[in-house]
Structure formats: C-alpha cells, structure tokens
Write a protein that binds this ligand. Structure first.
Ligand code: NAD
Ligand code: USQ
Length: 396
C-alpha cells in the first residue's frame, strides 16, 4: 500500500515509517523538521544521538530495505505544495503525526499557545483540504489524537471509543436516545487542538465522506522497536526534558542518574499508557483495516492505566531512586480515577503489551548507556499553567 506519513521524523512517526516499510508498504515521509528546531529553541536534545533524516533514510536503504522518500514541507503553511504532493503520490493512506505535541510547551507563553493552535489546527485542516482535492480515490486518513481529549475528571464508567449514547428528555417526558462525541474536556492548549481536530473530522466525514480514523493515544513509553535497533543510525528520539519528556520515560531516565523522580503534587493523577512497540502495531492495523466511512472511526489507543505515584513507586522499587513530590505546575485534578475501553483496536487483533519489570528495566538500562547526553538543567518542568503555579523542581 502507498502510505504518506506526516511527521515521520518524530518519536512515533519514525518507528512507524520503518515498521510499515519493513512490512512491505511504500512509504513517503513529509516533515518540516520543526521538532528538531524546537530542541534548538529550548536548548535541549534527544537522549539518543539521532542523525539527520537523510542519514537515517540512506542507512535504511543501504541495509537492503525499500527506499523511503522524504519531502520537507510545512503542512500548516504550504497548502499548495501539500495538494500537489497528494495528487502526485496518490497515497492510499495518510498517517498524520505532524503536530506540536507537548502540553507544557503549548502553555509556556502566548507565543507558544498561538504557535500550537496555528500549527495543529491549520495543519490538520490543510490535510483534509488536500485529501479532498485528490482527483481519483481519496486517501484514508489515520490521525493521532490523544486520550486527553476526554479530560481527567474521574468519570465513574469506562470511557468509550469516542462515541457516547445519551438520553435527553423531551417535553412529553419521553427519553430520546442520541449518540454524541464523548464530551471534550481538554487540560492544555495542546489537548484543546486535538478536540478541534475531532470536530474538523466530523464535518469532513459528514460532508465529503472522507474516511477518517482518529486514534486517541495514551502516553507513549519506551524508545526503540525491532526496526530502529537494526542500526545505530536508525535509533529513535528519546525526550527527557521538562516539556517533551513524558512521565514514565522521564522517571526511568531520572533514575538512571539518581535524580529524584519528579512526581507532580500527590501523584494521584491517573493516565493511560501504551508502549511504542504497540503504537506501530496499532497504526498498521488501522491502515490495513480501513473504516467503512459512514462515520469517523475513533479508537482509544492505550493499553492500561496507572497513577503517576504508582509508576514512581515501580521505578523506585526497581532502581532504588528516591521520589520527590514537587509542586504541580499544571492545572489538573490531584487525584482521578480512569478506566478506558479499547475495543476497536482489540477487535482488529491488537493484543496490548502490559507494563512489567522487564520492560521497565530495558528502558532503564538503555537510559544508563546514554547518561552522558543528559543536560541536568533541562530536567525540571518549568512551564506553568498560570502565574500562581510554581515549577516542579526537586531539592537535589
Ligand atoms: P514528535 O514531536 O516527536 O513528532 C511530530 C513530528 O511532526 C516531528 O517530526 C515534527 O517535526 C513534525 N511536524 C510538526 N508540525 C509539523 C508541520 N506543521 N509540518 C510538517 N511536520 C510537522 O511527536 P510524537 O511524540 O511523535 O507524536 C506524534 C503524534 O502522536 C502527535 O500528534 C501527538 O499528539 C500524538 N501523541 C503522542 C503521544 C506521545 O506520548 N508521544 C501520545 C499520544 C498522542
Ligand atoms: N508528570 C509528573 N512528573 C513529571 C512529568 C509529568 O508527575 O515529571 C505528570 C503530569 O503532571 C501529568 C502526567 O504526569 O499528570 C502526564 O504527563 P505527561 O507529560 O507524561 O503527559 P501529557 O502532558 O498528558 O502528554 C503526553 C504527550 C502528548 C499526548 C498525551 C497523551 O506529550 O502528546 O497527547 O501524553 S494523554 O496524556 O493520554 O492525553
């Protein structure tokens, strides 16, 4: 199948590109390399030494794998070029990872809020416009959404795969059934852009019959996949800084240098998680099993839920790291329950990897090999949701 991967140089996109290429798909990556520029802006780096996209791709084909094409394009700013590429390439599937994905980065300043909204919302809308301009068969779109669209208000029932039946009483007292999108409840400007994306998909599906899958992914942990381990040049990026590092990966990296594990507040925040090896499997399932197109297919791409405190304790028990309860720089509930359905992907044949000590140990030992690349100043989370919030810096 001919596949275009938007954002294929990033943490989820790169291993997905390699996996789909290995599985026989004809892959083209579109990326403006903005994630690499943001590293420069923040003065941070991936824990792993990631070569240029050109070096990555030449190594991949030199190993005897099919060639992956790369086009440098900003999907939020270059609509004309995007339309031309989709027309020329005629992809059957387009996978859309190309958004600014860090909640703390999106809350740093008005400039970052504006950038995140422009980049993500205009980017997604341009992708929909460009698919709609494809002259022959229009490509199926698979978009990476986020579990954070549902919010974390402690719902007392499992969160469904996107749609919820509700009953509204009319004037005669009859209960009328309606199916709605599960109410959006974003906790950051970044998460808000994913809620807006979801509305865009509803309209383009209803009006133009575009076939769209929105995968509401949980927090990804891990780093490499079978394919990224084929050669050191293929290594995945691995974020550890206070903006882009995600909680479990951060704890494992912090443990590798005896830095206290930075639990925000009480650590009672419960979130959904998925291993990067499962991210690539789920995307493959989504493109190889397209939806009927009658409505937007929504799937919760997450394996299991944990509280932040539970994860810190697991990492601490395994590594001996100390835990620091620091001020929470975000506006979020201190404690919440979270239970989530993931039936859509499991019905397509997904068997999720569950968190175990060997998986944690694999990432911990991998991080230990790269400790020389860690800039200690980048570890604290300093982006605050409002002025009354204090950054989460532990006493060393
Ligand atoms: P990432 O920042 O590592 O990768 C995103 C890629 O998109 C980067 O290579 C970047 O250069 C590119 N990009 C961004 N804006 C672009 C634009 N306007 N034009 C072209 N390219 C652009 O992020 P990731 O961790 O790989 O996440 C990928 C997607 O998955 C995101 O949409 C994110 O919201 C979603 N997601 C990620 C996680 C996670 O834990 N990493 C969890 C849930 C959902
Ligand atoms: N947290 C800590 N200590 C830290 C870092 C984070 O306690 O050092 C806490 C946060 O306060 C939050 C939780 O851990 O309660 C998760 O934070 P995170 O940074 O790991 O995840 P989040 O900001 O939600 O964003 C990440 C990805 C994003 C994706 C989202 C999936 O960056 O792209 O959409 O996970 S989800 O959370 O399911 O919406």
């Amino acid at each position: 199948m001919k596949v275009i991967i938007l954002g294929g140089d990033g943490f989820c996109g790169w291993p997905t590109a390699l996996h789909l290429s290995k599985e026989g798909h004809d892959v083209t990556i579109l990326d403006n390399l903005s994630r690499r520029s943001i590293d420069d802006e923040l003065g941070t780096n991936s824990l792993t030494n990631i070569p240029s996209i050109h070096k990555r791709l030449s190594t991949w084909s030199n190993l005897g794998n099919s060639k992956i094409k790369f086009i440098n394009i900003d999907i939020a700013k270059e609509l004309g070029n995007l339309i031309d590429v989709f027309k020329e390439e005629e992809p059957e599937a387009i996978i859309h990872f190309a958004e600014q994905r860090a909640a703390p980065y999106s809350m740093k300043s008005m400039t970052h809020e504006k950038y995140t909204v422009h980049n993500n919302v205009l980017g997604t809308h341009n992708v929909l416009l460009a698919i709609n301009k494809m002259p022959n068969k229009k490509a199926d779109l698979v978009h990476l959404g986020t579990m954070g669209v549902y919010g974390y208000d402690g719902a007392e029932f499992p969160i469904p795969d996107g749609y919820q039946n509700i009953y509204i009483e009319n004037e005669s007292g009859e209960k009328i059934k309606k199916e709605i999108l599960y109410p959006a409840n974003p906790g950051s400007v970044y998460h808000m852009t994913k809620c807006i994306d979801a509305q865009l998909f509803q309209f383009y599906n209803k009006n133009y019959k575009l076939k769209i899958t929105d995968l509401h992914q949980g927090i990804v942990w891990g780093c490499n996949t079978k394919e990224t381990l084929e050669h050191p040049d293929l290594v995945n990026r691995f974020d550890y800084d206070g903006d882009y590092g995600t909680v479990l990966n951060r704890f494992l990296i912090q443990a590798s240098i005896n830095y206290p594990l930075t639990v925000h507040g009480t650590g009672g925040q419960t979130r959904a998680f998925i291993n990067i090896k499962d991210t690539v499997k789920c995307i493959k399932l989504a493109i190889e099993n397209p939806p009927s197109g009658e409505r937007v297919r929504i799937a919760n791409q997450m394996a299991e839920t944990f509280s932040v405190k539970h994860l810190a304790e697991r990492v601490s028990n395994l590594t001996g790291a100390k835990i620091a309860f620091v001020n929470n720089p975000r506006n979020e509930l201190e404690e919440n329950e979270l239970s989530v359905k993931n039936e859509v992907l499991c019905n397509l044949g997904w068997n999720p990897i569950k968190l175990d000590d060997s998986g944690l140990h694999e990432i911990y030992s991998y991080a230990k090999k790269h400790v020389g690349n860690i800039n200690l100043e980048m570890i604290p989370a300093t982006s605050c949701w409002n002025e009354s919030k204090m950054p989460g810096i532990p006493t060393l």
